[in-house]
Design a binder for this molecule. Structure first.
Ligand SMILES: [Zn+2]
Length: 116
């Protein structure tokens, strides 16, 4: 998705610029007021920038800006929703824990019942 935005000088002599992000961009990118964004120059287009939402892990609070993040999410039939955003390390821990649990439960399922 691309938007053409105009930056303006902050006017405080700092050299900082103000970039107003239109509502349709915020909505399309899933951004809300209070989100932290990182700005990168686009290697393929010197006039373009990339904005990346900085997500912090819900378990260890690490920034996931470099690696991205994993999502553990539920949307229950009663309308309740819950989820966690995890860094790569915490996501790997959760995945290996679930895999170990699955292996352990299958190990007992495969054993023939001695009473039958
Ligand atoms: Zn984490």
């Amino acid at each position: 998705m691309h938007w053409k935005l105009t930056s303006r000088d902050s006017g405080d002599g700092s050299g900082d610029v103000i970039l107003e992000l239109p509502d349709d961009l915020l909505q399309a990118a899933g951004l809300t007021v209070g989100d932290t964004l990182e700005l990168f120059s686009d290697p393929n287009d010197s006039t373009a920038i990339r904005l990346t939402k900085v997500v912090h892990c819900d378990v260890c609070d690490a920034s996931t800006a470099e690696t991205g993040h994993g999502v553990l999410q539920a949307q229950w039939r009663d309308g309740e929703a819950e989820g966690m955003r995890l860094c790569k390390s915490c996501f790997s821990f959760a995945m290996s824990t679930f895999k170990r649990e699955r292996e352990a439960s299958r190990m007992f399922d495969d054993e023939p019942d001695a009473d039958e």
